[in-house]
Design a protein around this ligand. Structure first.
Ligand code: IMP
Ligand code: MG
Length: 427
């Protein structure tokens, strides 16, 4: 029962889309288990580039089953757009299955995401304003609307009434903006229900049956460890759990059924949104990484903040998600640099900090301790095996693996599916 969980190991945007897509080739099932359309995956197949937000990138293979698990929050309008986008590009989406237990993003969630964010002033999180946080708030408050409820007109109407009573009060009385009209939402969401009902099922059963039948299942995490609600740089996090353990909750299986965890980690570090980032490069080198690495958000288009590889973060993610190995992505972006820095630990006053701190105040006071390594000038974009890489690149990888405490099983050397060095096959 080879089941692999793939997780982001930094602040998201590690290039998970490409690795998922690459591994999907061997998987029978690809499962999303948390987040929503705050995520954005860019996948390049041949000459074609695909941008996906909700549907697992495994959809690009016609014979794979793709699952949106119960832990995901779904904006039905966005999902339908994505289905239509894929259809217009000749991709068949019949093999998509959506958990009946997944929660639905409502118009008031998006409005509240904006209003809550604005009201925070300087303390704003920098959310994607897709309604993700407020949808998970309602889920935890036990007033959310699930996919199964959306499909049941009577139930949906009842839940909408209850929600609008509270939300419209909040919108008009606290935020001083207009509330929402029930009939408008009913009309809009009935259309969504009709369009999406054929995908609804108990996806946990589909996954269990696949595992029982010896099939390969790939769990595709969105975002990254440091955006995890519990383990990330709280409050500058997303409202779900991007770590490996969340696959169990967000897909409906036990930890005993997971065979391997692969952490996707960029050869340097990036972050979109607010919050401390110890190895951030504000000057030329940061802009260079942003340029060469095309570090602009797939979802919001915002420039990503860039910095050197941080081994404190790598060690943290190895521990929190129990990584068996890592996929190091975008190594080619570092080509051409004379010297490359690796952060091995932090210095705070006269103390050395080796473990990622809980306090953001502490984190903001941490100065990275750097080790310098010589760069390489050779083009590595067509390297097929580890030995094809220049010695300096090999040494860089060996060092980050040693500092992180996990072996490397995949190396990304370019955007294409073929520009991937496989050290060890996961399935
Ligand atoms: P939210 O998920 O829209 O609530 O945003 C919360 C924080 O997570 C913000 O800093 C976002 O920029 C960040 N974030 C959410 N999704 C992603 C992602 O897929 N990649 C990178 N950052 C993300
Ligand atoms: Mg992304």
């Amino acid at each position: 029962m080879p089941s692999v969980v793939l997780v982001g190991s930094q602040w998201g945007d590690e290039g998970k889309g490409k690795v998922t897509d690459f591994l999907a080739e061997k998987a029978d099932l690809v499962v999303r288990y948390q987040g929503g359309n705050n995520a954005g995956h860019t996948v390049v197949v041949g000459e074609n580039e695909f941008k996906l937000h909700l549907i697992p990138s495994g959809i690009l293979y016609p014979e794979k089953t793709c699952i949106i698990g119960n832990g995901v929050v779904i904006d039905p309008a966005v999902l339908i757009q994505e289905l239509e986008y894929l259809a217009s590009r000749g991709i068949n989406t019949d093999n998509l299955r959506i958990s009946e237990r997944a929660h639905i993003i409502m118009p008031y969630h998006k409005k509240l995401d904006e209003l809550i964010e604005e009201s925070k002033g300087d303390a704003k999180i920098g959310t994607t304003k897709r309604g993700i946080g407020p949808a998970y708030m309602d889920k935890a408050a036990r007033v959310g609307i699930r996919f199964i409820d959306l499909l049941d007109e009577e139930e949906f109407s009842l839940l909408l009434d209850r929600n609008l009573r509270e939300k419209n009060n909040l919108l008009t009385k606290v935020y001083g903006v207009d509330g929402f009209n029930k009939d408008d939402i009913m009309r809009e969401y009935r259309v969504y229900a009709e369009r999406l009902k054929r995908y609804a099922t108990d996806t946990s059963i589909v996954i269990h049956d696949a595992l029982k039948g010896g099939k390969n299942v790939l769990f595709e995490g969105a975002q990254g460890t440091l955006l995890d609600l519990d383990h990330g740089t709280y409050p500058y996090v997303t409202s779900s759990h991007p770590i490996a353990g969340a696959a169990c909750i967000g897909a409906g299986l036990g930890p005993t059924e997971i065979s391997r965890v692969l952490g996707i980690i960029k050869a340097y570090t990036t972050r979109v949104g607010e919050g401390p980032f110890p190895t951030e490069l504000r000057e030329e080198v940061g802009r260079h990484l942003q340029d060469i690495g095309h570090e602009f958000g797939t979802t919001t288009g915002r420039p990503r903040r860039c910095g050197w590889f941080d081994a404190v973060i790598a060690r943290y993610t190895v521990r929190i998600s129990g990584l068996n190995s890592m996929a190091v992505t975008k190594l080619d972006v570092l080509t051409g640099m004379e010297m490359i820095k690796i952060c091995t630990g932090y210095r705070r006053g006269d103390k050395i900090v080796n473990d990622f701190p809980a306090s953001l105040k502490t984190l903001a006071e941490c100065e990275p301790i750097y080790e310098e390594m010589p760069g390489w000038q050779e083009d590595i974009s067509s390297a097929k095996k580890f030995e094809d890489l220049p010695i300096a690149a090999q040494n860089y990888l060996k060092r980050i693996s040693e500092l992180a405490g996990a072996p490397i099983s995949i190396i990304g050397v370019g955007t294409r599916r073929t520009q991937t060095i496989i050290i060890d096959n996961l399935f």
